[in-house]
Design a binder for this molecule. Structure first.
Ligand code: ZN
Length: 151
């Protein structure tokens, strides 16, 4: 569906132009930095959990439209989710952008707006751009932030 992919592209470009949750989260309890050497994308993901629920999430970085839009839409999609849901969404997102998503599988959580990245599966070199922010988020979840004072 050409119209749909044009719409998806418009959403991606909009998030690239006006990234949501683009900020340092001063009191983050998890954070991690990611770098995609293939394209030069850099992203830092900040996270604050309340119990096992994502209470606040933000990011900073620079890179191509796909990487920035992916980070922006990811942060929008994850607020209020449990860590388990976040991991399940990453799995489905990864399947989506690598072209391995089973379209008959309607298990929760739904990808929601993340479907705009389905076109990435036709450009294998772009998969790392789309997944960088998710890998960085996973790294942030796996370790607590050692508090580093600003210089
Ligand atoms: Zn990129």
């Amino acid at each position: 569906m050409a119209d749909l992919s044009a719409l998806y592209q418009e959403v991606i470009l909009d998030h690239n132009r006006r990234p949501r949750n683009f900020a340092v989260l001063e009191d983050a309890d998890h954070q991690s930095e990611g770098f995609n050497a293939l394209c030069g994308d850099r992203v830092t993901v900040y996270l604050k959990l309340k119990g096992s629920v994502v209470d606040e999430i933000s990011f900073q970085g620079s890179g191509c439209a796909i990487s920035m839009a992916s980070a922006s839409i990811m942060t929008e999609s994850l607020k209020g989710r449990t860590v388990e849901e976040v991991k399940a969404l990453f799995e489905r997102f990864h399947q989506l952008v690598t072209g391995n998503l089973d379209s008959e599988d309607h298990s929760e959580p739904d990808l929601g707006k993340l479907v705009v990245f389905e076109g990435v599966s036709r450009y294998p070199v772009r998969v790392k751009c789309a997944t960088l922010t998710w890998h960085t988020l996973r790294a942030a979840l796996e370790k607590r932030n050692e508090v580093v004072s600003t210089e």
